[in-house]
Write a protein that binds this ligand. Structure first.
Ligand code: PRP
Length: 207
């Protein structure tokens, strides 16, 4: 039985629809319930819903053979997994945003609020810019408004959250989308079924 970790939420539903189209359907998953694990023995698959940011941990440790995680999570936590396919869904970007009209003064340390400390740290290190990272767990947009930080590094999808908080994108760090990932040893032992899924998902993505 192949264990597949799906990111719980709107993205996860799109991901499941792709697996269904790929021929690995498990209709029980669409029933409205609080269950988190669903299996379809005839297809040799077992799906489970986990928090999107936890998918990579399940896959890295082998509790899931494959899963779908955002590129943001893969860049931030750098899990030891195979990244097999860009699914071209869940598209957004990692960006630096600041209050409208913000002017950076390179002579002083830039205060950066973010949930993505590793991504932000590497981004500014590559530019040779000194920063002070303020790690937050959510509502990042508030930090510059209250003077906790100068800028934020966060996910921007439609831009609505920034706009409604009088912030604007000043730099794009990296484009983000959902990726199919595999546990390294599962991939070796179950390469046939994992490659079948990978190829089918490649064929149907964008359809
Ligand atoms: C993300 C991000 C922004 C928002 C951007 O949060 O942190 O707050 O989405 O989306 P927009 O550009 O379409 O307004 P998310 O909703 O994923 O929740 P989180 O804060 O729990 O990560």
């Amino acid at each position: 039985m192949l264990n597949i970790a799906l990111p719980k939420g709107r993205l996860g539903e799109k991901v499941y629809d792709m697996f269904e189209k790929a021929g690995f359907e498990c209709p029980a998953i669409k029933e409205n319930s609080r269950k988190l694990i669903f299996e379809k023995p005839e297809k040799n698959v077992r799906y489970f819903w986990v928090k999107p940011s936890d998918v990579a941990i399940y896959v890295e440790r082998g509790a899931a053979d494959i899963g779908v995680a955002g590129k943001d999570i893969l860049l931030e936590y750098e899990p030891d997994v195979f990244e097999l396919l860009d699914l071209d869904i869940g598209k957004c970007r990692m960006a630096v945003a600041a209050p409208e009209g913000f002017r950076d003064s390179p002579s002083r340390t830039l205060r950066v609020a973010t949930k993505f400390s590793n991504i932000a740290g590497k981004y500014y290190a590559s530019k040779g810019r000194d920063i002070d990272i303020i790690h937050l767990n959510g509502s990042i947009e508030i930090a510059p408004i209250l003077g906790l930080s100068d800028v934020i590094v966060d996910i921007v999808e439609t831009g609505t959250t920034l706009k409604e908080n009088n912030l604007e994108v000043i730099e794009t760090v990296v484009p983000i989308s959902a990726r199919l990932i595999a546990n390294k040893s599962s991939y070796r032992f179950n390469s046939e079924i994992i490659e079948t899924i990978n190829e089918k998902l490649f064929e149907i993505k964008g359809q």
